[in-house]
Write a protein that binds this ligand. Structure first.
Ligand code: HEM
Length: 412
């Protein structure tokens, strides 16, 4: 198989072309063998049903030992004892069950609903930014930098109970971590050593936070993690760190990318914006469609624990499988005309952008509520929106989205 759309970070920089190619690959089968220079061989699982089938069998397809596509060079560093982080997504049963239990309820609707006022406040700030950047109701703004990036980051700072003064630091560290393959985002050359240094910076930051919340507990998520117990024992420091890092990182770039994609789709499809203005009750479904189109978490990896079969392919014990959510959300056998943005799509909410099964996204409810609040506030105010044509996108095989989304708009 010669396609490079799965492992070449640059290919994720043009998602319009990427999606087309993914749709064509579906016609050749749901599972593809990829042998590429610089990476161990792996199977790209792209069929919607096949991704679900793998997710349904977490004992057969484990997240250990390496749950994200990793180069040979980084794997070698890892084997030589380089710094590592252990998060929910690196764990299998029984550890995963115990660690997830710690915060599972915190992320349930009953608790997340209590954040609605904060989300609506941030949505009003977003509208105010559009108003401030307009003269006579017409303006231009980089929607990504001004709205889609700061909004979810403020939410994460709120749930962890961190001060707004830490905004810049968190933003830079997250972008360096997820943008390690992107020359504009990576730290000084993006070498494996530099990526390790980014992790060390996270470590230092959160060590201070743990000490503080142990001495002065509050009702925030950081307090829950800092004082967390697993099987009656204090959670080890490395795992605590993993918990902070996954919440801090998984919680914002992913959501920012979905917000920006949602806005980009509305700008490209004025008929869909108009439909939402006429039928605001469609916003919930539109948000699902935005999250499907964005599929900002492109993949996670699994390792087969036995010889088996997926989508007609023979999988050997030890084989590496990429669950490519972005491609599964473009499965033409599941989503009719999958590259079309359709706010009335009847099965939009059946997307698999949040994964499925025991690792199903912990923050899915929060992310959905953030997008619903933002677009409920924005849609009635946008008389028109148009892309300026200079949108740039991040280049990463794991999580990526827009870097800039210049927008011309007119407000009602
Ligand atoms: C639109 C935004 C988001 C997308 C597309 C997304 C996507 C995903 C995906 C695909 C997974 C892996 C699921 C699997 O393996 O089956 C995941 C896991 C996870 N996500 Fe999200 N996510 C988003 C927002 C968030 C937010 C806001 C948070 C937290 C504040 C969060 C926290 C997590 C955590 C902790 C996990 C690991 C769960 C586990 O392994 O048990 N995510 N997410």
């Amino acid at each position: 198989m010669t396609t490079d759309i799965f492992h070449n970070a640059h290919r994720y920089g043009d998602m319009t072309g990427w999606r087309q190619e993914a749709v064509e690959l579906h016609h050749q089968g749901p599972v593809h063998r990829i042998e590429a220079d610089g990476f161990p061989p792996f199977w790209a699982v792209i069929g919607h049903d096949e991704v679900m089938a793998v997710e349904r069998q977490p004992a057969l397809f484990t997240n250990e030992p390496v749950p994200v596509l990793t180069t040979d060079a980084v794997l070698q560093m890892r084997d030589e004892g380089g710094p590592q982080i252990r998060t929910l997504i690196h764990m299998d049963k029984p550890d995963h069950t115990d660690y997830r239990r710690l915060t599972n309820d915190w992320f349930k609707p009953a608790n997340i609903n209590s954040m609605q006022a904060r989300l609506d406040e941030l949505s009003r700030v977003a509208v105010a930014k559009l108003e401030a950047a307009a003269s006579n109701g017409t303006g231009t703004i980089d929607f990504n930098t001004e709205i889609a990036v700061p909004y979810p980051l403020q939410v994460i700072l709120s749930i962890l109970g961190l001060p707004e003064g830490d905004y810049e630091r968190m933003l830079q560290l997250t972008q360096e971590l997820f943008g390690a393959e992107d020359p504009d985002l990576q730290r000084e050359g993006g070498s494996p050593e530099e990526t390790a240094a980014v992790l060390m910076d996270f470590y230092q930051y959160f060590t201070g936070l743990t000490a503080d919340r142990q001495a002065n507990p509050t009702d925030d998520l950081a307090t829950l993690i800092a004082n967390g117990e697993i099987r009656g024992e204090p959670m080890p420091d490395l795992e605590k760190m993993g918990y902070y890092v996954i919440v801090a990182t998984a919680g914002h770039d992913t959501t920012s990318a979905s917000m920006a994609e949602g806005m980009a789709q509305l700008a490209r499809n004025p008929d869909q914006l108009q439909l939402l203005q006429e039928q605001p009750e469609l916003i919930g479904n539109a948000v699902e469609e935005m999250i499907r189109m964005a599929s900002s978490v492109r993949h996670f990896m699994r390792t087969a624990q036995e010889d088996t079969e997926v989508g007609g392919q023979t999988i050997k014990k030890g084989d590496w499988l990429m669950l490519n959510y972005a491609a599964a959300n473009m499965d033409p056998g599941y989503f009719e005309d999958p590259t079309r943005f359709d706010v009335t799509r009847s099965n939009a909410s059946k997307h698999i952008a949040f994964g499925f099964g025991i690792h199903f996204c912990l923050g899915a409810q929060l992310a959905r509520q953030e997008l619903r609040s933002l677009f409920s506030h924005l849609v009635p105010r946008l008389a028109s929106a148009e892309l300026e044509g200079k949108a740039t996108t991040g280049k990463a095989t794991f999580v990526s989205g827009y870097k800039a989304l210049p927008l011309n708009y007119t407000l009602n």
